[in-house]
Design a protein around this ligand. Structure first.
Ligand code: NAD
Length: 314
């Protein structure tokens, strides 16, 4: 049995650690938010007071944090992972970050004598709870092999993406596809509703037809159809709108860097930007469904319809 140091016990981190505990491992976890720490504690995590205490003596340290800036802050500095972990400890970042942050973590880890892998995940909080996440792992092959063993209790599928930062690059491309699919599910679900179709019947038709997608299967923005949809819970987040905006913007940044034109991604970005502009950053990203209706409401959403003008892509 292994000892895991875990930083970030939010929507993903808490259910992921629950599976490690269920598999018999020890998890020492830290989160700035008392609510997240309480969720981790309920999952069986031993809550500690800081990064230093979480990483000391751990076999592996995993970070599951919102953005690149949080990951840099938790790795670097006097209170950070590099300052307090043993170089024998494998370091894994499973957050979705920009390629530059991932490269920084690889370079600084190597310079300080650590093994580091980027290992972002796909599958949402339902996949985190069910231990069916897809992990895409980038790094030196020896470190990637070791990482597979630590990841296994949380994963449905683990794929070696290639060298350093390739897991991150794969994740950015995958999520861009997800959010474009989410726009399709948002528009299709609302149009079918307005055309008078029974929402459940239409969902069943799409499920066996060419409109099927992961977003349609898991996040379908219509209440009373699938359990995992945020539409059943007033669009409380399973995947926050601001994190969706972050991810789609990572793809657009990468597109700019490589000269690739990403018009559908630009449209998705402008939708998530509108949610954030309306003060709905912590609501679920599938609430973009409300922009389909002329009054800015969506079935399952209790908030009032506000219609802000569409902004151009960043
Ligand atoms: P979240 O905001 O629910 O959780 C992140 C946690 O990190 C929060 O509890 C926050 O308090 C904590 N945190 C931030 N800074 C910290 C610090 N300095 N020290 C300790 N804790 C700190 O986010 P989430 O939904 O769990 O997502 C985590 C990452 O996983 C993100 O990068 C996200 O893009 C990615 N991801 C999310 C999903 C999803 O469906 N939610 C799916 C795949 C990947």
């Amino acid at each position: 049995m292994a000892t895991y140091g875990w930083i970030g016990l939010g929507n993903m981190g808490a259910p992921m650690t629950a599976n490690l505990v269920a598999a018999g491992h020890t998890v020492r976890g830290y989160d700035l938010s008392p609510e997240a720490a309480a969720a981790g504690e309920a999952a069986g995590v031993t809550i500690v007071d800081g990064v230093a205490e979480a990483v000391r003596g751990a076999d592996v340290v995993i970070t599951m944090l919102p953005k690149g800036e949080h990951v840099r802050a938790v790795f670097d500095g006097d209170d950070g992972i590099w300052a307090h972990a043993d170089t024998a400890t494998l370091l894994i970042d499973s957050s979705t970050v920009d390629v530059e942050t991932s490269q920084f973590c690889h370079d600084e880890s190597a310079r300080r004598g650590f093994r580091f892998v980027d290992a972002p995940v796909s599958g949402g909080i339902s996949g985190a709870a069910a231990a069916t996440l897809a992990f895409m792992v980038g790094g030196e092959s020896e470190a990637v092999d070791v990482a597979f063993g630590f990841i296994e209790p949380m994963a449905g599928k683990t794929i070696a993406a290639g060298g350093p930062t390739t897991g991150t690059s794969a994740k950015i491309c995958n999520n861009m596809m997800l959010f474009i699919d989410l726009m399709a599910a948002a528009e299709g679900s609302q149009l079918a509703d307005r055309l008078g179709l029974d929402p459940k019947v239409f969902w069943e038709i799409a499920s066996v037809s060419s409109g099927r997608s992961w977003a349609q299967q898991t996040w379908y923005p219509m209440p009373g159809i699938i359990d995992s949809s945020a539409a059943n819970r007033d669009y409380d987040a399973t995947f926050r709108a601001d994190l969706a905006l972050k991810d789609i913007s990572l793809a657009l940044d990468a597109g700019e860097l490589t000269g690739v034109t990403l018009e559908a991604a630009q449209l998705a970005q402008s939708r998530f930007r509108r949610l954030v502009d309306e003060g709905l950053a912590d609501k679920d990203c599938s609430l973009i469904a409300k922009y389909v209706s002329p009054d800015g409401t969506a079935p399952g959403y209790e908030g009032t319809g506000t219609v802000t003008p569409m902004r151009d892509a960043d």
